[in-house]
Design a protein around this ligand. Structure first.
Ligand SMILES: [Zn+2]
Length: 398
């Protein structure tokens, strides 16, 4: 895509020189969640009036879900074009599908899969000028509800964000599919979701902070973040147990909503801060990037942010929850040596360069970030010794 065509939300919501940024809240038009809902996708898509839909799906997803999707669409009088997602949310992958679909006259793009497939679907729909419908098959991340994509090179190295002017038209989460996935994905989603409240809180209370769209946060997004964290503290362990048994119950439904809807709305309109700065910085360590999920890195970043905020008691409460469900609470659990100065310097520099780390209210430099991370590592290691690491070891058994 021509970079001059890129959509920059801050140019709309808060261009330079226009004074204090306004509050803004953005969200998908409809969110639908339940066991078996994917079999009714045709009915939901009929809301959009499209007669022809592109389905972006991986080869494995196609084997598991394509027949159900195509049948449901056909029953609603909607034709479908299946596009095989190659696995990376890269510009070549996005342009390839957008190019092939231009002649197909599709009325919407339906992305069915994990975070990268969902993000690629949003970017393809943007290029075609049609609505995107998102059907996540994992609750491991908060990509489904947002109007942005994380872009990678074809080799999988992160190269930044692409924003879209429209949020997804529909988000359809089939909890029977989420419950069939390994427990580690749901747990990772809890790590990503738990950061939401703490990051939104920093942004709401620091009047210089701005959200991912360049606006000021709303109280609504802060409140959504708060109920998200409360839900995880109360029901996270029960939901992890449900997904370990591949059972859909109320705890699982509630936590899937927290990981997908609450976390998504909360981060996009509530703002990000140091927790995500640390999480992105851990991807600079090759073994960590290769072996750990985004939400697992956000978990460690959340502990470090709470230390940075001088909130040791809250950091301990969060670490105890993370240890209970099996999220990393110290650096060794992300394959990082606390004594490796070169790795720690790399992490601190990368965390400092992340644009939303600057939403923290205090003076931040690389040394401050490194110090907070080491203190969080010590606190997490102590919690891990007391609480044990059985859940972590179970989720990470080869
Ligand atoms: Zn995240």
């Amino acid at each position: 895509m021509d970079p001059t065509q890129a959509y920059l939300p801050s140019q709309v919501f808060a261009p330079p020189g226009t004074g204090r940024a306004p509050r803004a809240f953005i969200a998908p038009q409809r969110y639908i969640q339940g066991a078996g809902v994917l079999a009714h996708i045709g009915r939901y898509l009929s809301l959009l009036g499209a007669r022809r839909a592109a389905i972006l799906i991986s080869a494995g997803g196609q084997r598991r879900h394509a027949a159900v999707l195509v049948d449901s669409l056909r029953a609603a009088g909607i034709e479908s074009v299946v596009c095989r997602f190659g696995g990376e949310c890269s510009l070549p992958e996005i342009e390839k599908h957008a190019g092939a679909l231009r002649a197909q006259n599709v009325g919407c793009v339906l992305a069915v899969g994990g975070g990268k497939c969902v993000d690629a679907g949003k970017a393809i729909a943007f290029r075609l000028g049609v609505p995107v419908v998102v059907a996540p098959t994992l609750a491991s991340n908060d990509a489904p509800c947002s109007a942005l994509s994380v872009l990678y090179t074809p080799a999988g190295v992160s190269i930044g964000l692409e924003f879209q002017p429209c949020s997804p038209a529909l988000v359809v989460v089939d909890t029977a599919i989420v419950a069939a996935a390994p427990e580690r994905y749901l747990v990772s989603g809890m790590g990503d979701a738990m950061a939401t409240w703490y990051e939104a809180s920093v942004c709401l209370h620091n009047e210089k902070a701005v959200t991912t769209i360049g606006a000021r946060p709303t109280i609504a997004s802060f409140a959504i973040g708060e109920i998200c964290a409360q839900t995880l503290f109360e029901q996270g362990a029960a939901a992890a147990a449900a997904v370990a048994d591949h059972v859909v119950n109320d705890s699982l439904e509630t936590v899937v909503e927290a990981n997908t809807l609450l976390s998504g709305l909360g981060f996009e309109s509530g703002g990000l801060a140091a927790a995500h700065g640390y999480a992105q910085s851990f991807t600079a360590i090759p073994v960590t990037k290769a072996e750990y999920l985004h939400g697992e890195m956000v978990a460690m970043g959340t502990l470090a942010q709470l230390v940075l905020e001088s909130r040791p008691e809250e950091a301990r409460r969060v670490a105890e929850f993370f240890a209970r469900v099996g999220l990393p609470v110290h650096l060794e659990q992300l394959a990082i040596e606390a004594g490796d100065r070169s790795a720690l310097n790399t992490i601190a520099d990368a965390a400092l360069a992340f644009p939303f780390t600057g939403n923290m209210p205090m003076r931040i430099d690389a040394a401050v970030l490194r110090q907070a991370l080491l203190a969080a590592d010590e606190l997490g290691a102590a919690v891990s010794r007391e609480a044990g690491d059985a859940s972590y070891r179970r989720l990470h058994a080869a």
